[in-house]
Design a protein around this ligand. Sequence first.
Ligand code: NI
Length: 215
Amino acid sequence: MANDFKKRLKRTAVLSLVALVIGSGIGVYQIANRNSVVVEKAGRPAAMAGGQQVGGSFTLTDHNGKAISSEDFSGQYKLIYFGFTSCPAICPTELQKITAVMKELPVQTAEKIQPLFITVDPERDTAEVLKNYVSLFHPRLIGLTGSQEEIDTVLAAYHVYASKVQEEGMSDYTMDHSSFIYLTDPDNKLITLYRIQDTVVHMTRDIQARVAAAH
Ligand code: NI
């Protein structure tokens, strides 16, 4: 009897160890996966490497509740940021950067550029919410929202990663999302992306050179 018990105990211990190894294996795998998303976010969207077209026309609703299409900004370049109004840190920082760049650019260049903020969280970011939010940044910044389907279409076209995250102990969800500032030409084709680490000075010089080069 005592031997039997020992055997059982041993087997339980072995099984626990196996479970532990599998468990931590899954943990490591999840961490690795999470890191790959971060790497992708810090670098360029994966699809860009494949030479796939990024960008394109869209029809959404502006912060005044009016339907607006990318073709309504005829002849203008666009500086686009995708984010959400309840974002605690990255979104306001990047929108502040766009505001600073628009102010730093020579007037003739700035006039050719339309800054846009497209929400990745249309469920909470209604036109009204966006209107209040964009007023904190550049006076020409336009906030855009739409139905979930409309937003999903634009996110896919621009290869934006966005995902709802419900953190434990938090009453409301947050959004995990990629963070790039897109510069597109008047035909809504991507010219370049600016990353979190790109400074106002770098962006201003780069945009100036690219927009001037187009003439
Ligand atoms: Ni954000």
